[in-house]
Ligand binder design. Structure first.
Ligand code: FMN
Length: 364
């Protein structure tokens, strides 16, 4: 798929783990963490959202970046650990935009100066209302675009097989797609054909600056981390969005079910969004959201609603989920306690240590 041989149709969904060093370097513990997914049988390991530039892209403290050479170097052992176990290593590139939780950030930027809904997420170390962002100037647009291109080149140099452009879940590029966060009156605002322009430009810029065998996927979603109920404005909006991303040269489309399962993730009751994305674009499509039930996942693939399945929370709880399912072994169900009080790897380790102390889940 997308020019690479893959061993099955399972991907790890991107999951922020706020476990980097204070300077945004990936750590040894993160290497072991990602290696477990590859060793556990996932064909594709998509990393957490990694910030792209040193200006305003970072969303959280302890989020890893690829905004400078040293941060990029810290990712190389992770790319190697994933590849050595036979999986494709894809880095998710993320600009937080208005959803930055960093109170000390010099600037927070967004398509328009619209206060975000909701409050910062404790799982990623925030507790206050979001700050009011400033509207991006033409210079900002060019700089952020350059940030994505440079970040993708660094990811490639670090040994990743590709990148996934994060245009989902309410972050910067999704803020362009979404009507109520994009009030621009230039060519990037207005109807969805204009609102998708900037995310599509980013995909095209990264595609154009990468070799053909480098994967450039894109992730979209209707719902957002700060607005679970949000839906696109009907079938034609969805079609316009998918067509523009395909036209831009995306290698795959990943439809995220932030807060919702696959079955509900459709603007059109008769056709799931992933099915529409496949029909519109002919590209490989990744479905995500509540697909940890193997029978349901099988149905989605067999009925041609998607080409690949991304597993989030169930993978966090059972990193060797594919291997255990194949062998009929026991699965550890996901519990919120695994990512409390924050989503750090350390808190998950502590959760398992507590369970072991009580004589359960001792096999991890
Ligand atoms: C701890 C955690 C961190 C997440 N971080 C990201 C992220 O960095 N980027 C992203 O696109 N989605 C992120 N998500 C959303 C997941 O990729 C996925 O869409 C969601 O968990 C639903 O899939 P699931 O039902 O398989 O868990 C995160 C989810 C969790 C639970």
């Amino acid at each position: 798929m997308f020019g690479h041989r893959i061993r099955n149709r399972l991907a790890v969904a991107p999951m922020t783990r706020v476990s980097a060093s204070g300077d945004g370097f990936a750590t040894d513990r993160m290497k072991d963490y990602y290696r477990e997914y590859a060793r556990g049988g996932f064909a594709i390991v998509i990393t957490e959202g990694v910030y792209t530039d040193e200006d305003a892209s970072q969303g959280y403290d302890r989020q890893p970046g690829i905004a400078n050479r040293r941060q990029a170097n810290s990712w190389a052992p992770i790319a190697t650990a994933i590849s050595d176990h036979g999986s494709l290593a894809i880095m998710q590139l993320m600009h937080a935009g208005a959803l930055s939780q960093r109170q000390e950030a010099a600037r927070i930027i967004a398509p328009s100066a619209v206060p975000p809904l909701g409050e910062m997420m404790p799982a990623y170390g925030g507790s206050d209302p979001y700050r009011l962002p400033s509207a991006m100037t033409k210079t900002d647009l060019a700089q952020v675009r350059k940030g994505f291109v440079t970040a993708a080149r660094r990811a490639r140099d670090a040994g990743f097989h590709g990148v996934e452009i994060h245009a989902a879940n309410g972050y910067l590029l999704d803020q362009f797609i979404t009507e109520y966060t994009n009030r621009r009156d230039d060519e990037y605002g207005g109807p969805v054909s204009a609102r998708i322009r900037y995310p599509a430009e980013i995909v095209a810029a990264v595609r154009d600056s990468s070799p053909d065998d480098f994967v450039v996927g894109v992730r979209v979603s209707e719902a957002k981390v700060n607005d679970f109920d949000h839906r696109w404005g009907g079938k034609s909006e969805a079609e316009t969005t998918f067509a523009a991303l395909a036209e831009a040269g995306a290698s795959y489309i990943h439809v995220a079910g932030e807060g919702r399962g696959f079955r509900e993730s459709s603007t059109d009751k008769r056709e799931p969004l992933t099915t529409m994305a496949r029909r519109m674009t002919g590209l490989p499509v990744i479905a995500n959201g509540g697909l940890h039930d193997p029978d349901l996942a099988d149905d989605v693939i067999r009925d041609e609603h998607a080409d690949l399945i991304a597993i989030g929370r169930a993978a966090l709880a059972t990193p060797d989920w594919p291997r255990r399912i194949a062998n009929g072994e026991r699965i550890v169900p996901f519990e919120n306690g695994m990512i409390s009080p924050s989503a750090s790897i350390q808190n998950t380790d502590a959760w398992f240590a507590r369970q072991r102390a009580h004589g359960v889940h001792g096999d991890r």
